[in-house]
Ligand binder design. Structure first.
Ligand code: NAI
Length: 258
């Protein structure tokens, strides 16, 4: 049986930060399922190469630049007439002791992870509200709930994005627009490769994850397609934690066979 419930075919999908990593994997997944996908990133050459490889349409846009976001949304609406699903994926991180962050570090992280997504969500949201239809998916993080040590501004920005998800869901639900988030666990990408290549980190991550491995970008496809589809028609304001079970409890090293 062809299952229309989970179909995203024919949708116009906009993915921020999709030249690599999670954004690229999600963009490709929507292309493969018959959606028209517009991807954004900062560098034209890498973005265009990624777009060509996965069959998406590239639009250069620095998510920290308000006027670039305005141009992006105007262009996409002009060319495609609508956005059915927006995926806010672009994100950055810098790890430091909290007292060592500079104002420039703070602005860099918060502008990309929180301010830009807010501007993009509201710009796309205005058009979705006019149609009375649309779905937005924000990629938050485990830091949506409790912070990991050493990433304070990142954790703050992701918690802010979680709150934005709920606030927009609350305001836009009555007008037909759904807003949800996906909180990935530890996913191997360029952003995290160096961290997880340290054996002590990998051992900690794997032994504290009930499904006993770190994640890959493709692990997030199911949740994203589900949230974008009719199958999630009665879901808004939710966070789906795709983390191999990491947040389900504490894997204390007690010997159960002793
Ligand atoms: P990545 O570094 O591989 O990819 C980030 C993407 O965002 C790239 O395509 C990059 O070009 C784009 N980007 C960065 N700054 C941008 C800007 N100013 N304007 C436009 N695009 C920009 O990272 P990854 O791992 O794929 O992360 C994607 C998202 O998932 C981020 O929001 C990240 O915080 C989040 N995330 C990642 C996790 C992981 O373990 N990898 C875990 C939880 C959340």
């Amino acid at each position: 049986m062809k299952d229309e419930l989970f179909s995203v075919a024919g949708q116009v999908v906009l993915v921020s930060g999709a030249s690599r990593g999670i954004g690229r994997a999600l963009a490709e997944a929507f292309v493969r399922r018959g959606a028209t996908v517009v991807i954004t990133g900062r560098e034209r050459a890498t973005l265009e190469a990624a777009a060509k490889e996965i069959g998406a349409k590239p639009v250069v846009c620095d998510i920290a630049d308000a006027s670039a976001i305005e141009r992006l949304v105007k262009g996409v609406l002009g060319e495609h007439g609508r956005v059915d699903t927006l995926l806010n994926v672009a994100g950055v991180n810098r790890r430091k002791r909290v007292e060592k962050y500079t104002e420039a570090d703070y602005d860099f992280i918060v502008d990309v992870n929180m301010k830009g997504p807010f501007l993009l969500s509201t710009a796309v949201g205005r058009a979705m509200l006019e149609r009375g239809k649309g779905s937005q998916i924000n990629i938050t993080s485990l830091n949506n709930d409790k912070p990991l040590r050493g990433v304070a501004p990142y954790a703050m920005s992701k918690a802010g994005m979680g709150q934005m998800t709920r606030a927009l869901a609350l305001e836009w639900g009555p007008r037909g627009v759904r807003v949800n988030s996906i909180a990935p666990g530890f996913i191997l990408t360029d952003l995290t490769q160096k961290l997880w290549s340290q054996p002590v980190m990998k051992d900690w991550g794997v032994s504290n994850t009930p499904l006993r491995r770190l994640g890959e970008p493709k692990d997030l496809i199911g949740a994203a397609v589900f949230l974008a589809s009719e199958a999630a028609a009665f879901m808004t304001g939710q966070a789906l934690f795709v983390d191999g079970g990491f947040l389900s409890g504490y894997a204390w090293p007690i010997d159960l066979d002793a």
